[in-house]
Design a protein around this ligand. Structure first.
Ligand code: SF4
Length: 336
């Protein structure tokens, strides 16, 4: 180990010792917590934060994947009402999280569909380390009784997140697989401007809401006739960061569209980006897709919109592209 590493390690021990000492003194004579302007309740002290059971073996709540599929089919076919998801604990079963041969597995048994096993971590020591870093649950959500009402899946803690709004399930591409089955379900699901406003107005009423970002997604969100108005409205009601998850085609086609989106308040795009060169993108069935990406990046950059590359890695398809994508980002620091 280099000498500087010993110094760093020593400093880390001193700092963590001092932190623990201050923490225990604070516990006996705590200063009052303050209430930030993005919440109606005071911030929690570290010792007030609760934790779920961690480590393994442990029992946890889980779902039977087959029961979930069946419940979804029953709802879509009209056999059952969507309210079963809130009231009936559909598909919920207990699971054991266990260590086996240095790995961590989730093992569960559905009375109807039998035993299910999922690999949770390839390295149990690493997972133990990650769990030891969990700082505890954040502030409890408030003003949210009507909106956070999703049965056992209800969000209870945290200070806001990125609100993803799927504007449409249409897309100008036909990827297989597609994370959204865009164009492949036989019906169009597209939000009206009234729907968009209702979602944004409702979500902004929840507290705490320190993080106030909206991400428009889809399908391809730029195909929605309300894309620009939706950006404008989000900024108007107070979301300070508006992003779009996009394949970039519409932005590549028109500088004017990029300028309009920037003027409406678009701050970032999450640009689908699977590799360098047209060959590395050919699995998406568009011959010149990389050229399209480059043009989208240039047009968006010119308009002042920041770009985040979003890569879907598939073993055997584009896992050899990781290094090239990172190099591409490093070589284009102003744009990416
Ligand atoms: S571009 Fe995205 S939304 Fe469109 S088909 Fe491909 S994966 Fe699906």
């Amino acid at each position: 180990m280099r000498p500087i590493k010993h110094v760093e390690k020593g400093l880390t021990y001193i700092a963590s010792g001092a932190f623990k000492a201050i923490k225990s003194v604070n516990q006996f004579k705590p200063n009052p917590s303050f209430t930030p302007k993005w919440a109606d309740k005071p911030i929690l002290k570290s010792w007030q934060k609760t934790k779920p059971t961690l480590g393994f073996p442990r029992t946890t709540d889980s779902l039977c994947p087959q029961c979930v599929i069946e419940a979804r089919e029953d709802i879509i076919s009209g056999k059952k009402d969507v309210s079963i998801l809130v009231n009936d604990k559909v598909g919920e079963i207990k699971a054991q999280i266990i260590e086996r041969d240095g790995q961590v597995w989730m093992v569960k048994e559905c009375p109807q569909h039998g035993k299910i096993e999922d690999l949770m971590a390839v390295d149990s020591k690493f997972l133990t380390h990650i769990e030891s870093l969990f700082p505890g649950r954040d502030m409890q959500a408030h003003n949210d009784e009507k909106l956070h009402n999703h049965g056992s899946s209800t969000i209870k803690y945290g200070r806001g997140a990125v609100l993803t709004v799927d504007l449409t399930n249409r897309c100008n591409m036909m990827c297989d697989p597609c994370f959204m089955d865009a164009n492949q379900v036989g019906f169009v699901h597209e939000l009206s401007m009234e729907d968009v406003k209702e979602i944004l107005d409702n979500a902004i009423s929840i507290k705490p809401r320190r993080q106030m970002s909206v991400q428009y997604s889809g399908g391809e969100p730029t195909l929605s006739p309300h894309f620009l108005d939706a950006i404008r409205y989000a900024r108007k009601v107070g979301y300070n960061s508006v992003q779009a998850a996009t394949n970039g085609i519409e932005f590549a086609k028109s500088k004017e569209f990029c300028r309009e989106a920037a003027e409406a308040g678009l701050r970032f795009v999450y640009l689908q980006f699977d590799g360098i060169g047209n060959d590395a993108n050919s699995h998406r069935q568009i011959g010149n897709l990389f050229d399209v990406k480059l043009r989208a990046i240039n047009n968006l950059h010119e308009a002042g919109v920041d770009i985040i590359l979003v890569t879907t890695l598939v073993n055997g398809i584009n896992n050899d592209q990781v290094g090239s994508i990172i190099r591409f980002a490093l070589e284009n620091p102003k744009k990416i």
